[in-house]
Design a protein around this ligand. Structure first.
Ligand code: ATP
Length: 288
């Protein structure tokens, strides 16, 4: 078996929960969700290459916030592939992670890195793994991994494993803003007032995406704000910079603003960066 000899790079895009309803809780404690998820053209970058020994490099603006040992989801993804395909995946590899996404911030950085690693290594090792096989292997690494493997607009249900693609969803000019504070997801779920909310309305029940968004919520937003009040400041900054719509993603603290144009998003991201030098702020567009 020969490896691909050139390095292979994959974007690990930011995952954005445009709406997230907590609809219940399973007996094992996992929360049941309904969420409309999109992915940004902005994210981390995973590069894999054949090597004489296994190695792992991390750089980029948030490199200091992620583990470099076997606890990193990138290495857990590599090891899960090795365990599932021992005959094909024995050869050593070098993996580089360029970390551009703030960590523990509600935009799925770790899950997206792991999904990009699965995609890149299955190409490098030429694994006989189709998308369904990768998704099965991914779920034990994290409930958000199957959606990050898909990488396109989708509705996720259950604990995040039941996925329905959303076709013809528009590209949304967007600004992502994080106040520079990590928020632990389990803490937000513990602060959640109600775990039994109405499901999402059907997407075709409104004329425009913005009209539909107005019918929906992020049920974790209040809970996250009670832990980290600066989330309210982030939302206010997005709205006063011209966002047509602003909401928190996932369990926070990153919030997204939707803008009328890419130029308006770029201007708003720059204005927010100038006004709040300690915040992370970037303009992007969602993938279709
Ligand atoms: P989600 O939106 O899925 O809740 P998140 O954006 O809130 O995710 P992550 O950035 O994925 O959170 O980080 C969650 C935890 O995973 C952190 O405590 C971090 O130390 C750990 N982790 C392990 N590997 C990575 C990685 N490659 N990137 C980011 N975090 C990682």
């Amino acid at each position: 078996m020969t490896l691909n000899s050139v390095p292979l790079a994959e974007l690990a895009p930011a995952k954005i929960n445009l709406a997230l309803h907590v609809t219940g809780r399973r007996a094992d404690g996992y929360h049941l969700l309904e969420t409309l998820v999109v992915f940004a053209e902005f994210g981390d970058r995973i590069t894999v290459a054949a090597s004489s020994e296994d190695c792992f490099f991390v750089d980029g603006p948030f490199a200091g916030d992620v583990p470099r040992d076997a606890g990193n989801l990138v290495l857990r993804a590599r090891d899960a592939l090795r365990a599932a395909y021992p005959a094909h995946a024995a050869q050593p590899v070098s993996i580089s992670l360029e970390k551009h996404l703030p960590v523990a911030s509600g935009i799925g950085g770790g899950s997206s890195d792991a999904a990009a690693t699965l995609r890149a290594l299955s190409r490098l090792w030429r694994l006989p793994a189709d998308a369904a096989a990768l998704a099965r292997l991914a779920l034990p690494l994290g409930a958000d991994l199957p959606m990050c493997l898909a990488g396109h607009p989708l509705l996720a249900r259950g604990i995040g494993e039941k996925l329905d693609p959303v076709r013809h969803f528009p590209a949304l000019p967007m600004v992502l803003v994080n106040p520079g504070i990590a928020v632990e997801t389990p803490k937000v779920f513990r602060a959640l007032a109600s775990r039994d909310n109405a499901p999402l309305a059907p997407l075709d029940s409104a004329d425009t995406v913005l009209d539909w968004l107005a019918t929906s919520r992020n049920d974790l937003e209040q809970a996250a704000m009670s832990i980290e009040p600066s989330i309210a400041e982030v939302l206010a900054a997005l709205r006063s910079s011209g966002a047509a719509f602003a909401r928190m993603s996932g369990s926070g603290a990153t919030c997204f603003g939707i803008f009328d144009s890419a130029a308006a998003a770029t201007r708003a991201a720059a204005a927010i960066s100038n006004a709040h030098p300690g915040w992370f702020s970037t303009a992007t567009v969602t993938r279709t």
